[in-house]
Ligand binder design. Structure first.
Ligand SMILES: [Fe+2]
Ligand SMILES: [Fe+2]
Length: 256
C-alpha cells in the first residue's frame, strides 16, 4: 500500500497569498508532481489546515484543484478550517458521529483519519465522543496494523511554542491507543516541520506544509514563517513501514 500525505495547504481565495506565497499554485504543483510520479498511489491524505481561514472560496478552489489529482484522496480538518464551510463545499465528506473522521480498511491494515479540530482554538482536542469512536474503530481492527492520521500531534518536538498548541490532553489519546496496541505509525500535520520520532512506543512523522514552514526555534520565542521547500510524504505500508519525503518544487540547476 502506497499512501501520500500532504498537509497544511492553507488555501485562500484564488489569487490570495500567505506569507507572500501563492498556496493554490503550490498545491497545484504538488498535485502535478504526484500525478507524474505516484499516479499509482492508493490514497492521498491531506492532513488539515486545508484553508488558511476557513473561507468557502478556499474550499471551492481546493475542490477544483483536486479534480486534477489522479489517485483517490481523503480530506482532513485542522485548526484553520471551518467544519460547516468545509461540509458545504464537500457534502460527500465522510461524517461519523458528527465529525470528519473515517476508518478505511485495506489489505495491509486500517487507516484511521481523525478530526482534532476544536473550533475557535489553535490547539486540537479529541473530545469524549471522538475518543469513544476511536476506541470502537481500533477495537474492530484487533490484530491488524492501524495507521493514524491526525492534524494536531500528541507528541512534543521540543519546540516550546509548537508544543503548546498540539493536541490537548494527549494522555486521553494514549489511554485508548495503549488499550488496543495496534497503532503502528502516527502521521501528523500542523507543525509545518519535518520530524520523526517515537511517542510512547509508536513511531511518528510530521511534515512541512505545501506553502510555508515554521522556522526551527527551540527557545520560547514564536517561530517565524520560514521558506524551506515544501514536501509531501510517500509512505509504504506493507508489513514494514517506510516513509519518504519529497521536495516537489522545481529547483534551479546550477550552471556549469
Ligand atoms: Fe498549518
Ligand atoms: Fe494547524
Amino acid at each position: 500500500m502506497k499512501i501520500i500525505q500532504l498537509t497544511d495547504t492553507h488555501l485562500t481565495a484564488p489569487g490570495g497569498t500567505v506569507f507572500g506565497l501563492d498556496p493554490l499554485a503550490r498545491l497545484d504543483a504538488c498535485i502535478a508532481d504526484i500525478n507524474r510520479n505516484h499516479a499509482d498511489a492508493d490514497l492521498v491524505v491531506l492532513s488539515g489546515d486545508l484553508a488558511n481561514d476557513g473561507e468557502p472560496e478556499a474550499y471551492l478552489a481546493l475542490r477544483e484543484s483536486l479534480a486534477a489529482l489522479t489517485p483517490p484522496h481523503h480530506l482532513m480538518l485542522g485548526n484553520h478550517d471551518d467544519r460547516a464551510h468545509f461540509c458545504d463545499v464537500f457534502p460527500e465528506a465522510k461524517v461519523e458521529d458528527g465529525f470528519i473522521q473515517a476508518a478505511i480498511d485495506t489489505a495491509d491494515g486500517r487507516l484511521i483519519l481523525l478530526d482534532t479540530l476544536d473550533s475557535g482554538r489553535v490547539e486540537g482536542r479529541l473530545c469524549a465522543e471522538r475518543l469513544r469512536w476511536l476506541d470502537r474503530r481500533l477495537g474492530e481492527a484487533q490484530g491488524r496494523p492501524v495507521f493514524v492520521f491526525m492534524h494536531h500531534p500528541p507528541f512534543h518536538l521540543r519546540m516550546p511554542v509548537l508544543d503548546g498548541i498540539g493536541l490537548a490532553e494527549p494522555d486521553l489519546l494514549h489511554d485508548v491507543v495503549a488499550k488496543h496496541g495496534n497503532v503502528r505509525h502516527i502521521f501528523a500535520g500542523h507543525v509545518h516541520r519535518l520530524a520523526t520520532g517515537v511517542w510512547r512506543g509508536i513511531p511518528f512523522s510530521t511534515l512541512r506544509g505545501t506553502n510555508h514552514q515554521a522556522a526551527l526555534v527551540f527557545s520560547a520565542e514564536s517561530p517565524p514563517a520560514s521558506f524551506e521547500p515544501p514536501i509531501y510524504a510517500i509512505a509504504f505500508l506493507d508489513g514494514e513501514v517506510v516513509v519518504h519525503f519529497h521536495e516537489f518544487l522545481e529547483r534551479p540547476t546550477p550552471s556549469r
